[in-house]
Design a binder for this molecule. Structure first.
Ligand code: AQP
Length: 336
């Protein structure tokens, strides 16, 4: 047992690679929290079936996601890394939380609104409507104090807090109320080809999306073609120069150099120099990460063992919370 605060976060296995937005906005921040917190990180495969999917691809991507997390620095000795569907309590608590969620409240979630506006409600599954409540269950099961995420997830943590408070006031104190942990500098990495939009795996064009497992030549090409701004000077001004500022943010985060120092180093130079340097930094950083991922993927048994150990630890904590929640709502205890 530990008195440390608890951290929980998850990521979907919905692509063959995480992109730089996932990595910088979320995953990278998970790593140091293993030392300061009791850490639980999961590959959220239940969320990955809210949209039409291919079963073989899902199975492959679940392992690829776990391998990338290990390659990024998650250490099975310092955190519980697991697959969401291996811990049945997620779906079980989600049902209870759905029953205290308002229909209007769930309808106001941005992704549901965006998808129904884009495709029409007959083409959007009920899972797209309810998954923010499953996400609330993911977090509350672990009594997480902090949830490290990118800006696009802020609304879901607000919903989680509201649901936890509602449950506690109706049925008695059961859940810890979690806080979002959003690192301001990397909260929203934007699309290289469309700096008005966040980098996203579901963008129509992937020209401005850097996958962390992508080959160096492709990464360099995308960065060299990044949309910059109308000026010529390299300045950090996210409102007026979003493209250039995004490149500076990426370079600064991956190199550990301050933005001001980088801006000074570009005095008298142009956007071409900026792009060349950013491409070199990104390739240098991602190459070993890609190699470590491949190494984990070549040891499927080892990878599955890590996930089994993580799931066993997760079930212990999730089981205790679910039992408390079931008791609080008045379910008769099951005789074993
Ligand atoms: N562009 C981004 N900048 C900063 N953080 C980001 N995240 C995602 N995009 C950015 C953060 O990554 C974590 C994992 O999110 P997810 O599992 O919801 O990933 P996803 O939704 O599959 O990735 P996308 O690209 O965001 O997919 P779409 O757009 O299709 O939904 C989260 O903490 C998220 O904030």
């Amino acid at each position: 047992m530990t008195n440390r605060q608890r951290v929980l976060s998850g990521i979907q296995p919905t692509a063959d690679s995480f992109h730089l937005g996932n990595y910088l906005g979320a995953v990278r921040n998970w790593v140091p929290l293993q030392d300061s917190h009791d850490a639980f990180y999961c590959v959220v495969d239940l969320h990955a079936i809210t949209n039409p999917h291919d079963p073989a691809a899902l199975r492959r991507r679940t392992r690829v996601a776990a391998a990338q997390l290990l390659a990024a620095g998650l250490d099975p000795d310092r955190c519980a890394l697991f697959v969401q569907s291996h811990v049945p309590q997620h779906a079980e608590l989600a049902w209870v939380m759905e029953c205290i969620t308002g229909f209007g409240e769930a309808s106001r979630m941005t992704q549901f609104k965006d998808r129904t506006a884009r495709y029409g409600s007959d083409k959007v599954g009920v899972g797209v409507f309810t998954y923010p409540i499953l996400q609330a269950a993911d977090i509350l099961l672990y009594q997480a104090n902090v949830v490290p995420i990118g800006e696009d997830q802020r609304q879901h943590i607000e919903l989680t807090r509201d649901l936890a408070q509602r449950f506690n006031s109706r049925f008695g104190d059961t859940f810890v109320i979690p806080d979002a942990l959003i690192v301001k500098e990397t909260a929203k990495i934007v699309d290289l080809a469309d700096p008005a939009a966040k980098m996203s795996k579901s963008s129509e064009s992937q020209a401005g999306v850097i996958d962390i497992l992508e080959e160096p030549a492709a990464i360099t090409k995308k960065i060299k073609r990044a949309v910059t701004d109308t000026g010529t000077e390299v300045r950090f001004d996210p409102a007026k120069q979003p493209g250039v500022s995004n490149l500076l943010t990426i370079q600064s985060t991956l190199s550990g150099r301050q933005i001001e120092e980088l801006v000074t180093s570009y005095a008298g130079k142009g956007y071409g120099d900026l792009k060349s340097e950013v491409a070199a930094v990104v390739v240098d950083y991602l190459t070993p990460l890609r190699e470590r991922t491949q190494k984990w993927l070549s040891d499927e048994a080892g990878l599955d063992e890590v996930l089994a150990t993580g799931a066993a630890r997760a079930r212990e904590v999730a089981g205790a919370t679910l039992a408390a929640a079931y008791d609080a709502v008045g379910f008769l205890p099951a005789r074993r």
